[in-house]
Design a binder for this molecule. Structure first.
Ligand code: BYC
Length: 483
């Protein structure tokens, strides 16, 4: 890899590896947006910890080896920057009707509004997640977890910068207006909500946070991977670097849920409780029972599947045809990359049963990405079950049926149980609390959400991590709280 564009310039107000200094109009536009962003961060970002010194990683380059520098930072002073993966010489458009043409360095006029829409939707999710998580700091189960929350938050903030950069650089006044609107919409706001459903849901507790970073950040991974295939080269380069940050977020989710599961099973063993369904007895131990963990999985999985849009979508077909958004790992797939005449089996509910129906592959881009997502999400579930099995407790967590509790797409009108039976709406409502977190479940979880702020100490309901961040020792003070 060449050194060009690998190092990040930290001398500018806005760190970057895109030679911002040479584009004065853009630099000014971004500098004008900056104070509004900081105001948004202070009023909608992590509540109560703006003065704390947090042991964060900051990107210093974009090469895979050693891009991160760790050190204590007050979050509002974090150096949010514009970081693109290095440009590949001679890169081509790899799919759709422009396949084989040189990748675009400017926005193709005919696809301007389609591309802008994709950037806006992607950008909108990033600050939304920060807003959803803003109350969690006060109940963190350890300083280690508190630090991980804040790392995720500042990087989601950086991902907003990534999309705002593209909008402001390539979309002129429209882009500037979209950038402003990103700071005006808010998660759950009745008048100006975030664009996608899952980003208006609450993240009420830390188990939800771990589920969100496991399931919903994984949608982020799949969507970013599809956008990284884009024929619009600046988008591809932006997303390639965002993916390196996303990996840590999913680690926080998978290891977080795993540690909750592990602590529950250990506590049950210590107390001689073998029956995971003896929920009351397990709760007495100050841990989260496995059936409640399953309900949280059901909720976050279903809400996240909705983020893939309708299974059969002309929007997705248009974005693919245009060369703007590809399939997951597009260049590794062995076909014509134009999908002429090819089909894809889409799961549907037809004549009273679930079955796959062959649809034109172009229209089934969303269905395919969702299927790829489900495969990817299954890995962590297997690893969680290994943790349970190791302790000798008999219980398996699982992903619910893809039609369970959906609001978007093929199954939105159906009432489907987690194991895939279609029932009446009334029957579904009557059983709802068996499948999704009920008030009593949330009250129990809530009762456990007490902050633990001594270095090396952990709340009763979560196991310690196996290793520290940046190989720090167990009693490392990841967050120095302001007095
Ligand atoms: N909620 O043809 P359709 C992340 C709308 S997460 C509300 O079905 P399409 C992250 C849709 O906008 C990744 N509305 O879907 C994770 C459209 O409206 P318009 C975010 C929805 O367009 C954690 C209409 O329904 N990035 O990064 O093929 C933390 C019909 O659309 C929803 C992206 O999603 C919904 N769930 O696909 C932080 C990538 N679903 O346009 C960050 C960019 C659909 O008719 N976005 N609608 O008014 C896209 O590729 C597409 O917009 C979607 C939808 C995949 C989201």
């Amino acid at each position: 890899m060449s050194d060009v564009n690998v190092q990040v310039n930290y001398d500018d107000l806005i760190p970057n590896n895109v030679d911002l200094a040479s584009d004065r109009r853009l630099k000014r536009a971004l500098e004008e947006w900056h104070p509004g962003y900081i105001d948004w961060w202070k009023s909608m970002g992590p509540e109560g910890f703006q003065e704390a010194q947090v042991y964060l990683r900051t990107a210093v380059g974009v090469d895979p080896a050693g891009w991160a520098k760790f050190g204590y930072v007050k979050m509002p002073d974090y150096r949010w920057g514009i970081l693109l993966a290095p440009q590949e010489e001679g890169r081509k458009i790899n799919f759709g009707r422009h396949k084989g043409e040189p990748a675009w360095q400017e926005v193709p006029g005919e696809y301007r509004s389609l591309l802008r829409r994709l950037l806006v939707v992607q950008g909108d999710t990033e600050p939304a997640s920060v807003e959803q998580q803003r109350h969690l700091g006060s109940t963190a189960p350890s300083l280690y977890d508190l630090r991980n929350l804040f790392q995720v938050n500042v990087e989601e903030g950086r991902h907003l910068w990534a999309m705002v950069y593209l909008l402001q650089k390539y979309f002129g006044r429209d882009g500037r207006e979209e950038a402003e609107a990103m700071l005006r919409r808010h998660s759950g706001d009745a008048d100006k909500p975030r664009l996608l459903g899952a980003f208006n849901e609450a993240t009420p507790d830390w188990l939800s946070f771990f589920m969100f970073t496991y399931f919903t950040d994984r949608d982020g991974k799949m969507q970013l991977a599809s956008l990284a295939e884009s024929g619009f080269d600046p988008l591809s380069r932006t997303c390639r670097f965002m993916l390196t940050e996303e990996a840590h977020h999913m680690f926080v989710g998978e290891s977080g849920v795993g540690r909750v599961i592990q602590r529950t099973c250990e506590a049950m063993k210590e107390a001689g409780i073998d029956d995971p369904n003896n929920v009351e007895a397990v709760r007495q131990l100050g841990v989260i029972d496995l059936p409640t963990i399953q309900k949280k999985i059901n909720f976050h999985f279903a809400v996240t599947l909705d983020l893939f849009g309708a299974e059969v979508s002309t929007n997705a077909a248009n974005a693919y045809n245009a060369g703007l958004k590809g399939r997951y790992q597009e260049t590794k797939l062995d076909d014509d990359h134009q999908l002429d005449g090819s089909t894809y089996p889409v799961l549907k509910y037809v004549d009273g049963e679930f079955k796959t129906v062959d649809e034109p592959a172009l229209n089934a881009i969303n269905a395919r990405l969702r299927d790829d997502y489900v495969k990817d999400a299954e890995g962590g579930v297997k690893r969680w079950n290994k943790i349970i099995a190791k302790t000798g407790i008999e219980f398996e967590v699982q992903l619910p049926h893809p039609a369970f509790s959906r609001r978007i797409g093929e199954f939105a009108e159906l009432s489907v149980t987690p194991d895939g039976s279609v029932v009446s709406a009334d029957a579904w409502q009557a059983e709802r609390d068996q499948w999704l977190p009920a008030r009593a479940d949330l009250e129990h979880i809530n009762s456990l959400m007490q902050p633990v702020q001594q270095p090396g100490q952990y709340a009763s309901w979560i196991a310690e991590p196996k290793v520290g961040i940046d190989n720090q020792p167990g009693d490392f003070e990841y967050v120095q709280l302001a007095s």
